[in-house]
Design a protein around this ligand. Structure first.
Ligand code: NI
Length: 157
């Protein structure tokens, strides 16, 4: 395993749409292992592949000591609303409030290509929604209720 460089806001790759994973091979497993190590090394709750410069639909999350790899994930159910402050390893120190669903169910496949689904509430739901946004080039600073504050502090979009 190795840590990879986390790209920061301003890098155009963060704004691109990631492609589906089709090959469940050693390159994918290496990437997943590196993403896990990179997330922990940066004290993150989640990391999406475009944040390490790979435009593939892959995320890792760790909420409440539960580590999960999601490949080709899709949110298939959501309910409720929840507002909390969130941050992002690609943005820096700014934290801003974002409205997210309170509860979600996500369908995905694992590193071997086997399908599964996962239901999460509160922070797990939030973290998954945040990471899935990365796969479509969306950052929390696009959605934050505190965008004015972010821009006033000189934040980039
Ligand atoms: Ni992020």
């Amino acid at each position: 395993m190795a840590t990879r460089k986390v790209v920061k806001v301003g890098d155009q790759n963060l704004r691109k749409k990631s492609k589906e994973v089709k090959n469940f091979d050693e390159d994918l497993w290496q990437l997943l292992d590196d993403m896990k190590e990179t997330m922990y090394a940066n004290d993150g709750m989640g990391l999406a592949a475009p944040q390490v410069g790979v435009l593939r639909r892959i995320v890792v999350v760790d909420v409440n000591n539960m580590f999960v790899e999601l490949i080709n994930p899709q949110i298939v159910y959501q309910e409720g609303k929840d507002i909390e402050k969130e941050g992002c390893l690609s943005v820096g120190s700014f934290k801003g409030r974002v409205e997210r669903p309170y509860k979600i169910t996500v369908k995905a496949v694992d590193r071997y290509g086997y399908p599964f689904s996962l239901t999460g509430e509160k922070w797990l739901a939030r973290c998954i929604c945040h990471e899935l946004d990365h796969l479509d080039g969306i950052l929390f600073i696009d959605k934050t209720l505190d965008k004015k504050e972010y821009l006033e502090k000189g934040g980039r979009i």
